[in-house]
Design a protein around this ligand. Structure first.
Ligand SMILES: [Zn+2]
Length: 448
């Protein structure tokens, strides 16, 4: 028996996730993501034109050269959801493997867009759709099951690889949301069944494990938004909300509140148009009638011109730029680079937490300061995370009852916090909960 887990990326950072599992020479890769804060420090670089080896050196994509030392053949590349830290390196690495890319419909549509915008490599791996709740044979010995999860992007799954020795569960990323605004609640029954049948190893995210308690449902974010938007005297004023473009559930809530306010929801921004357009096209979401979206900067400016002319009190704008990113719609609006003029008592709602790194903090500070100088009323806090908190993880650990656990999706602080939690549940570091660094491999033949 040969069974090994190779930690390729995402074990020393939040970003560039990639893990390989080798079962008797048949390899399955989970995720191929980028690290966004490393992209940001190299501004003016067009990643689409860059070679993978340069990007590996810059720490932007996973260093998959470790795969050269792994004996076996890659049979599938499996994607759990469409966030860029999980799919963003597909265009740079997937062509090196003669294997299909398997994902849910929304994830694969996003992958197609990534491939279309790639200028350096020609990615021709077949794209194979697998829906949540379905199982697919990869080889006579291996099958892949997608179990419905909830996260901050639609169509997210847990991936269970069934092997002759038991299952390997890849749980990156998830929260347990019993009142999701888009899609259904997680498939708890499938998770518990998996645990009963025997899981050799669970690879779990650890991004929010050091937060006590349970991550609130998306319905709470919808209520916080209602509180900010319906509970404030914004009559006759401009109202702008900014959030993650891929957070379709959040955007749906905002558009529905706009209708309650008798305002037309307008989605503005290139990525807003991409993520929301695809979600609507494939039937994941239905925005209220009359919702409009614009992605191209000139189309955005012309829409803003019309809005300014017709009276901004008739509209609710949902825009990109919640981190203060230069060039995003909100920053352009705040610096008077669009035909929309902010005025005293206009309302801007940030429905996203700042991503904790100094670049983001500085950009977001500048944006908020600019808005306040213009007399804009700034609202923050209408947000809930898409990642499981400590007590969610505890439930997961108990249900899955894995023989071994590998925490991932975070630096040492986070994976160590997860390890502490696993120890509370009876695991022991180095025996059955394992801390891996990028490039390290854990072989189970010695342990089991
Ligand atoms: Zn994610």
């Amino acid at each position: 028996m040969q069974l090994e887990v190779i930690a390729i990326g995402g074990y020393e950072e939040v970003g560039r996730n990639m893990t390989a599992v080798n079962v008797d020479g048949e390899i399955v890769i989970f995720d191929m993501g980028i690290r966004l804060d490393r992209v940001m420090i190299h501004e003016d670089t067009d990643i689409s034109k860059m070679h993978s080896l340069n990007l590996i050196e810059m720490g932007v994509i996973p260093n998959d050269t470790v795969m050269k030392h792994v004996e076996g053949e890659v049979k599938a590349i499996v994607l759990t959801h469409g966030h860029l830290d999980h799919i963003g390196a597909i265009t740079k690495l997937a062509h090196r493997y003669n294997a299909p890319i398997i994902g849910t419909p929304y994830t694969l549509e996003l992958v197609k867009r990534e491939i279309l915008s790639e200028k350096k490599f020609d990615v021709r791996n077949p794209l194979v759709t697998l829906n949540p709740g379905e199982t697919k044979d990869l080889t006579p010995n291996l099958s892949l099951e997608f179990i419905r999860a909830t996260h901050s992007i639609p169509d997210s799954v847990f991936a269970a690889l069934h092997t002759p020795y038991g299952a390997i569960l890849y749980a990156n990323d998830f929260k347990f949301d019993n009142f999701p605004v888009v899609g259904e609640r997680p498939d708890y029954r499938a998770l518990k069944r998996l645990g009963k049948n025997g899981v050799i190893c669970m690879i779990s995210e650890s991004t929010r494990v050091d937060h006590e308690g349970k991550t609130p449902s998306e319905i709470i974010a919808a209520n916080l938004l209602k509180n900010d938007l319906l509970g404030t005297d914004n009559e006759g004023k401009g109202v702008v909300v900014t959030t993650f473009s891929s957070h379709i559930a959040r955007i749906k809530s905002i558009t529905e509140i706009a209708v309650k306010m008798d305002r037309i929801p307008i989605l503005l921004g290139r990525s807003m148009m991409k993520y929301c357009g695809i979600a609507e096209d494939i039937g994941i979401v239905e925005f209220p009638e009359g919702t409009r979206m614009y992605g191209d900067p000139s189309a955005i400016d012309s829409a803003l011109r019309t809005i300014a002319k017709e009276g901004k009190e008739n509209y609710l704008l949902i825009v990109t730029g919640h981190q203060g990113e230069e060039g995003a719609v909100l920053s352009r609006m705040a610096t008077n680079k669009t035909p929309y003029q902010f005025e005293k008592h206009d309302q801007v709602v940030f429905s996203a937490d700042p991503i904790p790194n100094p670049i983001n903090a500085a950009q977001r500070y500048m944006l908020e300061s600019r808005l306040k100088l213009l007399g804009v009323r700034v609202f923050k806090g209408a947000h809930v995370s898409g990642h499981a908190a400590k007590e969610d993880h505890r439930d997961m650990i108990r249900w899955i009852n894995a023989e071994h656990i590998i925490p991932s999706h975070g630096d040492f602080n986070l994976t160590a916090s997860y390890t502490k939690l696993a120890e509370e549940e009876g695991y022991r570091l180095g025996e059955d909960v394992h801390l891996l660094r990028n490039g390290q491999c854990l072989s189970f033949e010695r342990i089991i």
